[in-house]
Design a protein around this ligand. Structure first.
Ligand SMILES: [Zn+2]
Length: 400
């Protein structure tokens, strides 16, 4: 999968800067930020502060993603809060589930470790946690030197930060948390409140869809978690194509749920699953085709003369679907991209129409960028001729 969402990519890149502050706390940059924004704490508890610098404000946004993609690795346990922090090796929350008990004034993980024997205090752990969690904790290996606790990246198996895995996290956070508008009661079953976990996992409708996924890398049907955490677990135990399937099927479940709400019709399980598979397949073929046509056209593309900008515009409408899309890219004489945009259009247009709308999209973009010396290039002959004829009485005249 390429990076198609520039905003998400930007956030993932900022997360990388945030990650550097954690992995390289002694760097000059990290020390300057620490002195100014989190002098008495770690970077995760940093505040935006009053009149923050532009750089800090940007990194601060990226830190949200870093928080999602990291957990503590227990060294001495002195920095880790038992009930608040993520420190258990259990995807997907990495947090303690057992309810908090009053236990010292200092509920840090170090209180569970015997400094003399360098082992877990078995009796204390047993008294505080549920049996399965007790086992998990006692199985966490401790290093004899009880080194400082470390933040590690959980977005991939190596524990190394990667922009790609951060990008996935941003994408999942974005589409599944912010974009979802939830009803009171689940419209699919009418039985339970429509929480994020219910609609995508717990609902009978969702369960039936997931049962189609025979080689799912995790036990999806038994989870009781947030959808983002599930995605994280899949990212850890499976491959990126597993995550694609997961996101595709989640989207198909949501799409079906909207059909129930807005069109009073629902699909059967196999259709929803088939829809997801088809969607992923088409998305991938489109991405490949896109990459091929790009390399093909790069050979032919001619840069505009100095001081002039060239707009390349194109549009597409699909046969079966009720929508179209247009896109345009503006490059300077050195071939550098100056601006680009793409738009989703609600309506299935004819090829000629969509090409004209694409040119319009390119011209509006040039106007927005205040570029006056421009060349508009399109591969749609009819549309180009219509523009050159400068007639404005046809059904597309308003666009030309
Ligand atoms: Zn339901």
């Amino acid at each position: 999968m390429g990076f198609r969402n520039l905003q998400a990519l930007n956030l993932a890149m900022l997360a990388k800067q945030g990650w550097r502050l954690i992995s390289n706390p002694n760097s000059l940059v990290a020390q300057i930020f620490k002195a100014r924004y989190y002098s008495h704490d770690d970077v995760f508890h940093a505040k935006l502060g009053s009149s923050p610098s532009y750089t800090w404000r940007s990194i601060f946004n990226g830190l949200e993603v870093v928080k999602r993609g990291t957990r503590w690795r227990v060294g001495s346990g002195e920095k880790i809060l038992i009930w608040e922090d993520k420190w258990l090796p259990t995807p997907t929350t990495y947090k303690v589930i057992s309810s908090p008990k009053s236990f010292n004034d200092y509920p840090r993980v170090s209180a569970l470790i015997d400094r003399d024997t360098r082992r877990w205090k078995g009796d204390v752990v047993r008294s505080l946690f549920l049996p399965f969690e007790e086992r998990t904790i006692l199985n966490i290996p401790l290093c004899h030197s009880l080194p400082e606790d470390q933040i590690i990246w959980v977005g991939n198996r190596k524990g190394e930060f990667s922009v790609r895995s951060a990008y996935y996290i941003v994408g999942v956070l974005d589409t599944l948390e912010r974009g979802v508008d939830i009803c009171d009661v689940c419209p699919a079953c009418g039985m339970e409140p429509e929480t994020n976990c219910h609609v995508f996992v717990k609902c009978e409708m969702a369960k039936r869809v997931w049962s189609c996924w025979l080689d799912c890398p995790i036990l999806l049907l038994n989870v009781n978690r947030n959808i983002v955490d599930i995605a994280m677990e899949i990212l850890e135990s499976g491959s990126s194509s597993d995550l694609e399937i997961f996101v595709g099927a989640t989207w198909a479940i949501w799409y079906n749920r909207n059909r129930i709400v807005y069109e009073s019709s629902s699909q059967i399980r196999d259709h929803i699953w088939g829809f997801a598979k088809k969607y992923i397949f088409e998305f991938k073929s489109a991405s490949t085709a896109c990459a091929q046509s790009l390399s093909w056209s790069e050979g032919k593309w001619l840069a505009p003369p100095p001081g002039v900008f060239k707009i390349n515009a194109d549009g597409a409408s699909s046969d079966g679907e009720k929508d179209s899309s247009v896109g345009a890219v503006i490059r300077d004489s050195a071939g550098n991209i100056v601006a680009a945009c793409c738009k989703y259009l609600q309506g299935q247009y004819l090829v000629e129409e969509v090409e004209a709308l694409a040119m319009e999209c390119g011209l509006l973009l040039a106007k927005e960028q205040k570029l006056s010396q421009i060349i508009l290039e399109s591969d749609a002959l009819t549309a180009v001729n219509s523009v050159l004829a400068a007639g404005n009485s046809g059904c597309l005249g308003h666009i030309y």
